[in-house]
Design a protein around this ligand. Structure first.
Ligand SMILES: C=C(OP(=O)(O)O)C(=O)O
Ligand SMILES: [Mg+2]
Length: 416
């Protein structure tokens, strides 16, 4: 009774790139949940469709009525059933009728309303009483590729992971110390640097990939020494973005270099060795399971090889990757698959097969903090959600609150 859905409101709001997205309110007899959908810039081709043609404006008039007609009167606790109804309402395999961003915002708002109906935080409602582990924050330091303007590096994200942090506050402030140090180093190298940032709050400098790698890794080493908290460098190469399918080459425009798949595997393996990378995401284009498997064979014992565009949070596609030994880690973005239940299925499949699940923001975000709760509830050891910027710190500050609330919090175990 407490969690029976009484009303649903859907509105158009701004995301961090100034694009429209959806925010959903779910009101139960005794609770309230609000969630908003993020959006990607370097999206995987097999993601569900975020919005039908016409975008948010194409659905905003009717979608509230369509969803309310089915969901009002249902119990918000029945998350799986509600997710099935959402998929039935859409009626297409890729959620292209009402949009995966619509279904995911409703799905998350329903979960939050159910939790609130019982006066529980979302991480506890979804995860029960046992979760006590806090994920390590993977923070963006330098942005390139589709997340930055002209002249930035081809590699999309130069990230850091404060693996030596003993609590979340230490972890997020260590990341910020590296972010500040990187700015100083970019300024020292480029007198014309304006301090510009990319979509995820990393600096967007006029640097080659190599220069960015040097600055990233020397900053990690210096901050590790100064603070005593070990910080490791990580990358999201978003390689599909610079794969030329006609030439069958990875095209590094900044250096004027092209690499075939074998050369790309060797190049990434060299970067992992030279810079002691802890984690490399999308080093190989989506669809190339063999290339992923080759790199995993070479580097998978010394580095997390994470699939984002290739797996798109889809359990069926991940199962193919598992069978082919492609990667050893997976990015988890609820709006790539459209519902919380399907997101959870993918996390479970990953975990039972030794793939490290990394819950992630999108480049276009809102201050919605839901993913912080998902990472804790589902014991995901890493959360990728930037280092700075209002829409990024919304998640990080929520983790600080969650840690404070727990009786025996500890950082996740990432000695994989
Ligand atoms: C967060 C990412 O970017 P986007 O949201 O643009 O897919 C990513 O590629 O991991
Ligand atoms: Mg990615």
């Amino acid at each position: 009774m407490d969690s029976v859905i009484e009303d649903i409101r859907v509105r158009k709001i701004l995301d961090s790139r100034g694009n429209p997205t959806l925010e959903v309110d779910v009101i139960t007899w005794n609770g309230f949940g609000r969630a908003a959908a993020p959006s990607g810039a370097s999206t995987g081709v097999r993601e569900v469709v975020s919005f039908p043609t016409g975008g948010v404006d194409g659905i905003i008039e009717e979608v509230e009525d369509i969803i309310s007609a089915e969901l009002i009167g249902m119990d918000a606790e029945d998350l799986q059933e509600i997710d099935l109804v959402l998929k039935e309402i859409d009626g297409t395999p890729n959620l292209s009728a009402i949009g995966g961003n619509t279904t995911v915002a409703v799905s998350m708002a329903v979960a939050k309303a159910a939790a609130a109906s019982y006066n529980l935080p979302l991480y506890r409602f979804l995860g029960g009483n046992m979760p006590s582990q806090i994920p390590f924050p993977l923070g963006n330091m330098i942005n390139g590729g589709a997340h930055a303007g002209r002249n930035a590096p081809d590699i999309q994200e130069f990230l850091v992971l404060p693996v030596g942090a003993s609590n979340i506050t230490e972890a997020v402030f260590t990341n910020v110390a590296v972010h500040k140090r990187i700015r100083e180093k970019i300024q020292a190298k480029d007198a014309l640097f304006t301090g510009g940032k990319g979509d995820e709050g990393g600096w967007a400098p006029n640097l080659t990939n190599q220069e960015a790698l040097e600055i990233q890794t020397s900053s990690c080493a210096e901050v590790s020494d100064e603070t005593g908290v070990l910080v490791k460098p990580c990358l999201d190469m978003a390689a599909s973005e610079f794969w030329d399918s006609d030439a069958e080459k990875y095209v590094y425009s900044k250096e004027g270099v092209k690499r075939n798949t074998g050369e790309q595997v060797d190049y990434v393996n060299d970067i992992i060795d030279t810079y002691k990378m802890f984690y490399v995401e999308d080093p190989i284009r989506e669809g190339d399971f063999q290339g992923f498997a080759d790199l995993t064979q070479k580097a998978g014992k010394k580095c997390l090889i994470c699939g984002d565009d290739i797996f798109v949070t889809n359990a069926e596609i991940l199962a193919e990757g598992i069978e082919k030994s492609a990667g050893n880690s997976i990015i988890i973005k609820p709006n790539q698959i459209g519902t919380l239940s399907d997101t959870y299925n993918t996390v479970n499949l990953a975990r039972t097969n030794g793939y490290v699940p990394v819950v992630s923001h999108r480049s276009g975000e809102t201050p919605d903090e839901t993913i912080a709760h998902l990472a804790v509830a589902w014991s995901c050891p890493i959360i990728k959600t930037g280092a700075l910027g209002g829409e990024r710190i919304a998640k990080l500050n929520e983790l600080i609150r969650i840690e404070e609330e727990m009786s025996n919090p500890e950082m996740a175990d990432i000695k994989w």
